[in-house]
Design a protein around this ligand. Structure first.
Ligand code: GRF
Length: 208
């Protein structure tokens, strides 16, 4: 007689539903898509942008992920974005080079659920208008010996939400802003997927 009682397998919570917003080339969006392919922790279910030329629109079909271009009124009061995020049952919003400010209504409805990446060691060289090469130019002009990248939660103020992870690198003698940008971007690609995964894991455990 078989007296063996089958062990109850611990129920695995479904992957956290992730949306990525990206305005530019989308290299961070791409490394995130690669990282979460087949993951039990997170699933990227939506790509979105306000820029009809964003790189994400080119590679979204490769990953079979729907990509949305926002209509002009999308950022007026948050209603459009909230409806979109709800309709895709998004649990974590990841900004990857997204240039528009996220409306307060969205931030309030997604507390500690919106992540951003910034190419400097915040709080230094952040804030409105600090993006792209401008950040790296400012770092070099100030003669900083170190720069790096910051991953933080998004709150109502540009680049001021709670910091989740930072990594620094030395600014080389005579380094150009372009070279610094490349070096920082490499760091971003290395750490953004791992950090998003850690945050998703926390959400997955909390929601179980
Ligand atoms: C990155 O440097 C990121 O830190 C900043 O915008 C840039 C986006 O680059 N927020 P990409 O579009 O992911 O290549």
């Amino acid at each position: 007689m078989d007296t063996h009682t089958p062990q109850q397998m611990p129920a695995q919570a479904p992957p956290v539903r992730i949306a990525i917003f990206a305005s530019g080339g989308g290299s961070n969006a791409r490394v995130l898509l690669d990282h979460f392919r087949g993951s039990y922790v997170g699933e990227i279910v939506l790509l979105a942008t306000e820029n009809p030329h964003s790189g994400i629109l080119h590679f979204a079909p490769e990953y079979g992920v729907p990509a949305v271009v926002f209509p002009p009124q999308a950022h007026r009061d948050g209603a459009y974005l909230l409806e979109l995020l709800r309709s895709y049952r998004i649990e974590l919003l990841v900004l990857a080079g997204y240039l528009k400010k996220i409306p307060d209504a969205v931030v309030h409805d997604f507390p500690q659920r919106v992540l951003n990446i910034h190419p400097s060691l915040l709080p230094a060289y952040g804030g409105k208008g600090m993006y792209g090469l401008r950040v790296h130019q400012a770092v070099i002009e100030a003669g900083e010996r170190y720069s790096g990248m910051t991953i933080h939660y998004v709150n109502e103020v540009y680049d001021q939400g709670q910091i989740v992870f930072q990594e620094r690198l030395p600014v080389g003698e005579g380094m150009s802003p372009e070279a610094l940008q490349m070096a920082v971007l490499k760091l971003e690609h290395k750490y953004y997927p791992k950090t998003v995964e850690k945050v998703a894991q926390t959400i997955q455990i909390a929601d179980k």
